[in-house]
Ligand binder design. Structure first.
Ligand SMILES: Nc1ncnc2c1ncn2[C@@H]1O[C@H](COP(=O)(O)OP(=O)(O)OP(=O)(O)O)[C@@H](O)[C@H]1O
Ligand SMILES: O=P(O)(O)OC[C@H]1O[C@](O)(CO)[C@@H](O)[C@@H]1O
Ligand SMILES: [Mg+2]
Length: 487
């Protein structure tokens, strides 16, 4: 096309008092002289009564909302929402939607709302679903999506488009996008999926195509950084709470009853932490971020014995990624398998720890216990989304559509401090969101369960030295000691 296309560099705009905008790419960055069109929403009766419905070009959303009087203004993201000018004629839009990775409550709601948003807000009628994740681009037929065909899919769990792991072949995917003439590609998925979306965007940009690549973050593990939380997370926590209630009922119905619940959370223990805080029946929550040990003073066995003596029962929640190092040592083998996407396959910590607890009390302590192990793993992610997630999914879907119609690309649409924003892929992909055990939330959990922290003073010093991501309070530059002068 005769265009000079360099590798994409982050678009950073700086302003006064330490203001930084981490902007997202736009089609016009690499395709000159693109025509624009008035946004049809201005003639839409639903919106014509809304004052300031269109988002101001300069509106941005701040990443940190807790500040000191001399804190720099810090990082901002472009505010999501409809723009006055759009970069696509609705009749020319040919959109596709794909869902990748594990299931998550709300996937169908997001699909439905993208289809309905495109149709009802912008008059776009050509929307297709890619069948079965990334590999579906080049190996399957597409599924036609209309407001009628998606009308009640939000009531079902799973994804009507199907999903998969692995199969990300950038060249084949972009060839398919080009061959089929898609010009808006909506990609719903977790951290792996968003990395895949970033490479698709790069390749599309390299080829100079007028194709928007937009991500919608999905993961019940809540391991995607920057955003407040992932859709479906609340629903999953609610379902997890039901399993905890069952464990509690079982535990309280026998002498020395122990209810043990294993929850998802490969590297991040958010589901376990939130379900524990929500339920209040849990006496001990074990997550991947917080190392623990079984034997000796301050260990898990000692704590279990103390609780059983005091209360006669106990409930333990364990995230699937917790204690993997202990497990490897004990079984003399480490997990070395991978799934099709390259994610490490974990050993079953729930079964292992159940056995260790039983052995300890029957053989070593000669104490009779009654342990019931509940594994609701897939149940918590296969359900339809709850009311609040449904609202969240709707806002996410409408925001991502507005961004695409306005010509933004290479972004993930997400909630930042309660506001919808467009976040560049590189910020979403640079790290995994994890529970920070030196942060307030984990301290709240420890106070709620009264469990040991399993940390020595040395561990705390080491954790602090590890330079965890900045807390709610401070922006990165401020945390590193940089301040700006104010009048
Ligand atoms: N680094 C990467 N580059 C390109 N594609 C990737 C990358 N990592 C993962 N993918 C692709 O993204 C898709 C989903 O990845 P993965 O299975 O890790 O799930 P996910 O999106 O992280 O969701 P979750 O972990 O919440 O289930 C797969 O098709 C995989 O091939
Ligand atoms: O069995 P699958 O589909 O690989 O999914 C399991 C994984 O998916 C996740 O829920 C993330 O989506 C992880 O918590 C879990 O390890
Ligand atoms: Mg993932």
């Amino acid at each position: 096309m005769g265009l000079e296309i360099n590798s994409w560099k982050p678009k950073i705009v700086t302003g006064e008092f330490g203001y930084t905008l981490e902007d997202v790419p736009h089609l016009s960055d690499y395709i000159p002289n693109l025509p624009t069109y008035p946004n049809p929403l201005q003639d839409n009766p639903a919106y014509s009564v809304v004052r300031q419905y269109f988002v101001d070009f300069d509106d941005t959303v701040t990443q940190k909302i807790v500040v000191h009087k001399d804190t720099p203004r810090g990082t901002h993201f472009r505010r999501a929402g409809p723009r006055q000018k759009i970069y696509f004629e609705p009749d020319d839009v040919h959109a596709c939607i794909v869902t990748c990775g594990g299931l998550c409550p709300g996937l169908n709601t997001v699909i439905r709302e993208i289809v309905c948003g495109l149709h009802h807000m912008y008059g776009v009628s050509r929307v297709e679903g890619i069948n079965g994740g990334y590999r579906g681009f080049y190996s399957r037929n597409t599924i036609s999506l209309t407001p009628k065909s998606v009308n009640d899919i939000h009531k079902r769990g799973g994804t009507v488009l199907g999903t998969s792991r692995g199969g990300h072949d950038t060249k084949k995917i972009v060839d398919c996008i080009q061959d089929r003439g898609f010009n808006q590609v909506y990609i719903i998925g977790g951290d792996g999926t968003q990395k895949g979306a970033a490479v698709i965007f790069e390749e599309i940009r390299r080829r100079g195509l007028k194709v928007v690549v937009a991500g919608i973050p999905k993961t019940i593990d809540n391991d995607i950084p920057v955003i407040d939380k992932s859709f479906g997370f609340d629903s999953a926590v609610e379902e997890a709470e039901r399993a905890i209630t069952a464990a509690h009922v079982e535990a309280t119905s026998t002498e020395n009853g122990i209810g043990l619940v294993k929850l998802m959370g490969r590297n991040s223990g958010f589901i376990a932490m939130h379900a524990t805080l929500a339920s209040r029946d849990v006496d001990c929550c074990l997550i991947p971020e917080s190392p623990f040990y079984l034997e000796g003073p301050g260990g898990l066995f000692e704590y279990i014995e103390k609780r059983l003596k005091e209360f006669g029962h106990m409930v333990i929640v364990i995230a699937e990624g917790a204690g993997q190092d202990l497990l490897s040592k004990s079984l003399l083998q480490s997990a070395n398998g991978q799934d099709a996407s390259g994610n490490k396959l974990l050993q079953d910590v729930g079964l292992w720890i159940s056995q260790r607890i039983k052995d300890h009390f029957s053989k070593k302590r000669k104490m009779e216990i009654c342990l019931k192990y509940i594994d609701p793993t897939y149940m918590i992610r296969a359900i339809p989304s709850n009311a609040s997630d449904n609202v969240y999914c709707t806002l996410l879907a409408q925001s991502v559509v507005h961004g695409a119609m306005a010509g933004y690309t290479g972004y993930t649409s997400g909630l930042v401090n309660g506001r919808q924003a467009y976040i560049p892929f590189h910020r979403i992909n640079e790290r995994q969101n994890k529970v920070v055990i030196t942060d307030r939330m984990w301290a709240r959990l420890l106070s709620s369960t009264n469990q040991p922290s399993f940390l020595t003073t040395k561990d705390v010093i080491q954790a602090n030295e590890k330079k965890e991501p900045p807390t709610q309070l401070l922006d990165e530059s401020f945390a590193n000691g940089e301040t700006i002068k104010t009048n």
